[in-house]
Design a binder for this molecule. Sequence first.
Ligand SMILES: [Zn+2]
Length: 1076
Amino acid sequence: MTMMAFGLSISRGTSVTAFSFAAFSRAPTTAARRQFSTFGYRRTGALQSTMEAVADLTKSMGVEHPAYEIVKNDLVEEYGAATTLYRHKKSGAELLSVSTDDDNKVFGITFRTPPEDSTGVPHILEHSVLCGSRKYKTKDPFVQLLQGSLQTFLNAFTYPDRTCYVVASQNEKDFYNLINVYADAVFHPRAINDPNVHAQEGWHLELENKEDPLIYKGVVYNEMKGVYSSSDSRLSRASQRSIFPDTTYGVDSGGDPKVIPELSFEQFADFHAKFYHPTNSRIYFSGDDDVYARLDIMDEYLKDFDVSPESKPGSVIDWQPKVFSEPQRIVEAYPIGEDQPETNMVNINWLMNDKPFTPAEEMAVGILDHLLMGTTSSILRKTLTESGLGESITGGGLSDELLQATFSVGLKGVKEEDVAKVEELILSTLEKVSEEGFESEAIASSMNTIEFQMREFNTGSFPKGLSFMLGAMSKWLYDQSPTEALKFEEPLAELKARIESSGSEVFQELIKKYLVSNTHRTTVEMRPSKSLETAELEEEKSRLAAIKESMSDEDLEEVIRKTQVLKKLQATEDSPEARATVPALELEDLKRETTEFPIAVTESENDSGVTVIRHELGSTSGIAYVKLGVDLSGLDVEDISLLPLFSRVMMETGAGDFDQVELSRKIGTHTGGISVSVLTTAVHPDGSDESDILDGNYLQTKLIMSGKATSDKTTELFDLMKMILTDARLDSQSRVIEMLKESKSRRESAIIGSGHSAINTRMKARYRVGGYVDEMMGGISQLETLKELLKQAEEDWPTLLARLERIRNTILDQESCRSGMFFDITGDTSVQSKIEDSVHKFLDELPGDANGKKLQNFYKEQHPWVEPIKKLMAELAPIEDEGFIVPTQVSYVGKSGLAYEEGEQASGAAQVVARFLRTGYLWDRVRVMGGAYGGFCTFSPYSGFFSYLSYRDPNLSKTLDVYDEAADAVIAAAEQLKKDPDALSQAIIGTIGDMDGAMSPDQKGYTSLTRWLVNESAEYRQKFRDQILDTKPEDFREFGERLKNLKQSSVAVVSSKGEFDKAKEDGKVMKMKNIV
Ligand SMILES: [Zn+2]
């Protein structure tokens, strides 16, 4: 199972408080995350919002409360949502109450916080207000909630113009607890009276001995250093700045590391006083909870305040007028590594509108973006990719979540002499489209794709109510109606009618008006610099040296004293009395039973030879979610690392009679999407005790083709899936070269931006076959593979093509392939019965003999890859400390080993201990005291693999020391927990919370499928849950001892050359490798 960082890419330049822990326990599917990025604006919806359901909900509309006046009642039928907008009479706060049948309840409070400079004051404040408040007296109630609540979402984000605090829970008592803590935090934070918070979360000077150099420390300071280490992020920040020369969007609300140290405590406190006022707040509730209770709980906080005009209208966001009479050009440098090729990045950026769009226009602009950029065969994306002028697309097209919409597009990996050609190509393509228009098939495909997404409203594990809030906020924040913005039926119908009568004209007009004839546009060019990283570090060093120079002895002593005070404060445990102020659930509030999902398995259904698996859920809104699994075990081990390329080629080069563009349009027009991925997982051998640690020699390895469509379109969906499976056009040399270039560039960015994930995959590869396979396909070694494949594609295409064809021929082997296939269907009763005939037709037409040879039983025999891979592992992934050098100003530090060995048994209690370590000791030591953005650990009860990881870390060897002391901290905790049963309960509750999150229908089906595939029983899951619920202090001691004796432990680090050199001086010697 791959670890994923949950990138909350809500909008460009948005910062998020906590590196989401949920990433480790409930990683949303890639598909869900990708979709989420389109939810920022109005693309949300529900397929079957029946009027009966709505009628029931209208009862919760217009509920009266003496402290509030009702501004407006409104029904958003698209979502089955009954809403009332209130104004709090005394404070002027606005409150939107949304009633739906969703038990995943959401609360949010948003302030308009436009910054005037790039000190990052909104971002630092966002972190700081969660560090204790009037009623909740611990240092960090936020962490306490992370540790011991059933929350399904708990975070905060800083946008360029607003700061949002959001909590969600399916448990009502928990929900009110969370609201109380957040509401008290935003209005009465400790941070405005105690400068230590600003120092810790923002920035401070650190000095332990007078002769040491001064250094800057701070969580946000370091987080933003990580952000500015990413060239993509530099480009997008420069792009946004360039088109907003006069407004708040021209500065960085997240904070520029060079500017952050200009922020004083007084400015910080003033910013809070001005903007964190009820008058300037927008409060949001959604779900199935009681409306009156919502109004009551907020009145408790709001009633202490009177209206404040300086907060609102004082926070109004000004429109940026279109002031450029001709396009502007900005050239900046970005840092690259020693061995990196010297290529440029270039983005063209437009400020689209300087007054509000009409609803129909806004809908049309969203479709236009999809037509231009939405898929690999969309005209602008395709033209740029095929031009050979660069490695991968930048800019991402439309961004319309702020007051004004922008459009950005460009390329990176561009030769200096080609920069002008890229610009010329973008402009000429747009001009051409504005003259000639789009083909009707392209429009139909984009329209259906967006409409499907709106109606499906599939947010994965992300709370639906939060998507709704983000949609509402994109208008509400600018004093427009929060609910009008969410109604898509009318503008959609209007747009359809317009297309019906005049075809592509509506889009041509938009391109002319907002892009082609719009001179408020900039070109941002980023040029490579090998010395920039060093220069910036030197600049910081000399700045600090100058500061030290200017200080008297007394000044220095004062810095030393403050450093000590802060460190002492950070190291001091909260008293039990302080902890008791933060409200918590009790163990009795938890559900004892595991959640099971329906599954029905039919072997060789209709004598097809294919196993069919069905998950019949309550409602899937008329949609069928299907997965075809094709066995991979027949592949040669040397072809495994080709599978990511093979999966992409299947989807992106055309199939059968359809070329790339036609195929993509067919998919868009008839389905909700098709994708191909690879699933490898260790399984429990038949007859084994499921609690046993797996040796990982029994595996299932499948190519998975996933698709979704409404039940009346499954015939088309299945025809397309079959065509892609058997007839994908593998023979497309130029397309494959483009893909490889792009994949290489993406992998590099992924390693630099999420090095913790890369090193975790790397470390896993040292212990188990499955881990090694994951590394081959998605780790650091995949980057090497991509470089080799690119060379082969360019110089010896026939050989690469033969390899791709060999993969297909092997997995579709006529004699045996059906025996390794499964077809998995998730849908409600009506969907299942409607599609039955098309399913049987599909099974009939699949390749292979229905009565062919049987594959081996993967639950009885070792997987054929095991022996050859073990040989490779011994040679290529030995247990040794490795350091990977990339251009960066932060480190990602990992250490791992086996906490349990084959044949031993890990109890569910180990999950609780690992989580306790992650949210306690590691959070305190790596993040709070170390100044890293994140510090965590992972533990697998299946393989026994345990790892420590840090994220955007200013330290390297110090963090390794922190890891080495972790075991003792866990053992010590065992003693404390004996005296503090509440703390133990919190750790258990948090662990259960991780397991019981909200899921979308397709996630439920997928969970059920993987449980079946790994051969795991419901009895085992219940036993595991019981072990979690019954965790004792003794379990902490036991696990701590295991950490102390971590077997075969080793280190992996992604960092800069300079940091490795420093670590070497501390005796941390690693085998070094330049990878980017
Ligand atoms: Zn942050």
